[in-house]
Design a protein around this ligand. Structure first.
Ligand code: ATP
Ligand code: MG
Length: 501
C-alpha cells in the first residue's frame, strides 16, 4: 500500500500534539488526551490477552461513558473492528447482530447483565467489562499507524425499512466525514461538543471521531435529559450539540429553557425529517439550527444547511458538504431542478458497502453512487429538500403523497404530541393516507377538528381519510417511526373503539 493512505494512529497523534488539553468530560470527571491514550493502550493490551487480533470484530454493548471512548480507541491499537450495539435492541436482535458480524468478542457493561442473560450466543466470547481486568496487560507492540482503507466500524442501520444491514465504515470514511464537517462549520479553539445521542449511532460516534481529529473536548451525557442538556449548554460552555427533532421539541418546551448563550454556535439537527413548525419555533428563539441529511452509510451528515440560509430555505437540508456530491435521479436520468426523484450521493465519506451483503451492496452502490432510498428534490440553487423514504410513499389517484408532510401538518396542532401516517388500500384512488396521533397529556380534540386543521394546510388529496387516536406509535430501537407497522394499530384501535369517529 502506498504511504498516501497511511497516517499515525489518531489518538497517538492527538496525544502527541496536545497531551494536556481536555479530551473528555463526564459529570465533572475530566480526561486529558494523554490520559485517554494511556487508558486506551492499557485496554488494548488486556484485549490482546483475551485473544483479540487484527481484523477481529469486537461488539460493544455499553453506555455513553468515558470508558467507552477509551475502548473504541483501544480497538484501533489492535486493528480490531468496532461493532457498536444498540442497548434498546431485544436479545434476539442482539444475537442476530453478533452472529452476522461474526464477532470474536462481545463486551458488555455490567448494567446490561439481565439483558445479556437473555441472549443466545454461539461462537462469540462474552466478557463483562469489569472482568477485563482479569486479563493481564500483554507486552508486545501496539499498532502505530492506520491506513485509510482499513475498516474501523461495522455499524448496523436502524432497521426502519427492513432487517438492519452492517455498514462498513473505513478510517477514510470517518476522516472525510470529520473534515467535511469542519470545512462547513469551522473549528474554534474553544469548541466543546455535547454528546447526548448514543455512541452506538453515527450521531454520537462521529462527535468522538471529530474530537480526536480536531483536538476538541467532548462533554458526555449518559442519556438525553432536556433539563440536563439545557443546564450543560450554559454551565459546561457547550458550543455544539447534535440532536434529533424530538429532542429539540422537548428542550424548547421545557420551562427551564430561556434561550441559548452566546458561546453556543451550532445545534446540528438530523436523523429524520424536521417538521417545519419546529424549525419556525427555533427561529423565533434564535437557536442556531443546522439542518442535516445523512445516514449510517455516509458516516453522519452529508448535506447541511447553515443558519444564514435557513431563513430563505426553511425546510431544506442544504447543500452537499465539501467534497461530497448529490443528485436526484429518476432511474438513471438526472431530473430537472424542482422535480422529485431518488437522492443519490457520492463522496469519500460514503461506505464501500454492506458487511457480507454483496446483493444489497450491488443494489445500493451503482457507478460509485449510493442510492439512498430517499426521495427529494433540488432547487435551482442546489439546495436539497428531502421528502420521504421511497418505501413509505403513498400514491393516491396518481399523485405522490409523502407521509412526513402530513405528519408535520398534524404535529402543528397544539394538542398533538406525536403523529404517524401511512397508506391504506382504496378501490377508487389506489391508496389513501390515514393518520394516527398521540395527544398531549390532558388534551382532547375531535377527529373533525384535526381534519379541518389539515384542510387549511394540505391539498385535498393529502388529507388523511381517517385519523385515529392511539396511545403510542410503533418506533424501533433508534426511536424511528415504523410506518409499515401503523396498519397493525388499526385492529387494536377498533377493538378498543379507539377511533375518533
Ligand atoms: P434502515 O436503512 O435499516 O431502514 P434507517 O435508514 O432508518 O434504517 P439510519 O441510517 O439511521 O437508518 O437513518 C438514515 C435515514 O434517516 C435516511 O436514509 C433518511 O430516510 C432519514 N433521514 C435522515 N436525515 C433526514 C432529513 N433531514 N430529512 C428526512 N429524512 C432524513
Ligand atoms: Mg437506511
Amino acid at each position: 500500500q502506498s504511504n498516501q493512505m497511511k497516517m499515525p494512529l489518531w489518538l497517538d497523534k492527538r496525544a502527541f500534539l496536545t497531551p494536556e488539553r481536555m479530551a473528555l468530560e463526564e459529570n465533572g470527571e475530566k480526561w486529558t488526551w494523554a490520559h485517554l491514550q494511556r487508558g486506551a493502550q492499557e485496554l488494548a493490551r488486556r484485549l490482546r490477552s483475551a485473544g483479540v487480533l487484527e481484523g477481529d470484530r469486537v461488539a460493544l454493548l455499553m453506555e455513553n461513558r468515558l470508558q467507552t471512548v477509551a475502548m473504541i480507541h483501544a480497538l484501533s491499537y489492535l486493528g480490531a473492528v468496532f461493532v457498536p450495539l444498540n442497548h434498546r435492541l431485544a436479545p434476539p436482535e442482539i444475537a442476530w447482530q453478533l452472529a452476522d458480524s461474526e464477532a470474536k468478542l462481545f463486551l458488555f457493561d455490567g448494567s446490561y447483565q439481565e439483558k445479556v442473560e437473555g441472549i443466545e450466543i454461539t461462537g462469540t466470547m462474552v466478557v463483562e467489562w469489569s472482568q477485563l481486568k482479569d486479563y493481564p496487560a500483554s507486552e508486545g507492540s501496539l499498532k502505530t499507524h492506520i491506513q485509510l482503507h482499513e475498516h474501523h466500524t461495522i455499524m448496523y442501520t436502524s432497521g426502519t425499512t427492513g432487517r438492519p444491514k452492517g455498514v462498513i465504515l473505513t478510517y477514510g470514511n470517518h476522516w472525510w466525514s470529520a473534515t467535511a464537517s469542519m470545512l462547513n462549520l469551522g473549528l474554534h479553539a474553544e469548541d466543546r461538543w455535547l454528546v447526548c445521542t448514543p455512541m452506538f449511532h453515527m450521531s454520537g460516534l462521529s462527535i468522538l471521531i471529530r474530537g480526536v481529529i480536531y483536538g476538541m473536548t467532548s462533554v458526555i451525557h449518559q442519556r438525553f435529559e432536556p433539563q440536563k442538556v439545557i443546564h450543560s449548554i450554559h454551565h459546561d460552555k457547550i458550543s455544539m450539540v447534535s440532536v434529533v427533532s424530538a429532542m429539540v421539541s422537548q428542550m424548547i418546551s421545557d420551562p427551564s429553557f430561556q434561550g441559548v448563550p452566546d458561546h453556543f454556535r451550532c445545534m446540528l439537527l438530523g436523523g429524520g425529517p424536521a417538521p417545519r413548525p419546529l424549525l419556525e419555533k427555533c427561529r423565533e428563539r434564535s437557536i442556531p439550527v443546522f439542518q442535516t441529511y445523512g445516514m449510517t452509510e455516509t458516516a453522519s451528515q452529508i448535506v447541511t444547511l447553515s443558519p444564514e440560509d435557513s431563513l430563505r430555505k426553511l425546510g431544506s437540508a442544504g447543500k452537499a458538504l465539501f467534497p461530497a456530491e448529490l443528485r436526484v435521479v429518476d432511474g438513471t436520468r438526472e431530473v430537472e431542478p424542482g422535480e422529485e426523484g431518488e437522492i443519490i450521493v457520492r463522496g469519500p465519506n460514503v461506505t464501500e458497502g454492506y458487511w457480507k451483503r454483496s446483493d444489497a451492496t450491488e443494489e445500493a452502490i451503482q457507478n460509485g453512487w449510493l442510492r439512498t432510498g430517499d426521495i427529494g428534490r433540488i432547487d435551482e440553487e442546489g439546495y436539497l429538500y428531502v421528502l420521504d423514504r421511497r418505501s413509505d410513499l403513498i400514491i393516491s389517484g396518481g399523485e405522490n403523497v409523502y407521509p412526513a408532510e402530513i405528519e408535520a401538518a398534524l404535529l402543528s396542532h397544539s394538542a398533538v404530541a406525536d403523529a404517524g401516517v401511512t397508506g391504506y388500500p382504496d378501490e377508487r384512488w389506489g391508496a389513501v393516507a390515514i393518520g394516527f396521533v398521540c395527544l398531549q397529556k390532558g388534551q382532547v380534540v375531535s377527529e373533525e377538528e384535526l381534519m379541518n386543521h389539515c384542510k387549511g394546510r394540505l391539498a385535498p388529496y393529502k388529507i388523511p381519510r381517517q385519523i385515529y387516536q392511539v396511545e403510542e406509535l410503533p418506533r424501533n430501537a433508534a426511536n424511528k417511526l415504523m410506518r409499515r407497522q401503523l396498519i397493525q394499530l388499526l385492529s387494536d384501535s377498533t377493538d378498543e373503539g379507539g377511533s375518533m369517529e
